[in-house]
Design a protein around this ligand. Sequence first.
Ligand code: FES
Length: 117
Amino acid sequence: MPKVRFIKENLEVEVPEGSTILEAARAAGAPEGDRCGGVCACSTCHVYVVEGFDNTSEIEDEEFDILDKAFDVRMESRLGCQARIHGDLAVEISDESFEAFLDEHPDEAEAARRLRK
Ligand code: FES
């Protein structure tokens, strides 16, 4: 199974091939936002795939349209709810996504802040 490492939180998880990065974040306990519930409508799941970008699914037009609304978009940007995993990855959760997670999960905010470098 592919391994996904969340670099700012120093968390690693193995997930079945074809899982999304958002599913991997949930499995790892990594603080990634998902305000729209993972239906490609918000950009709060914005991440950077810093290693293994070729191990992710192709970006569809819908994802490009939503990424357009995200902050600090880079070449390695993806929406965690849309990018499917086909091999090992190292992922950085964007500040935008982390802040969304804090808003969505106030009970977990303190623990999430401690995790993040
Ligand atoms: Fe909203 Fe991914 S969770 S676009």
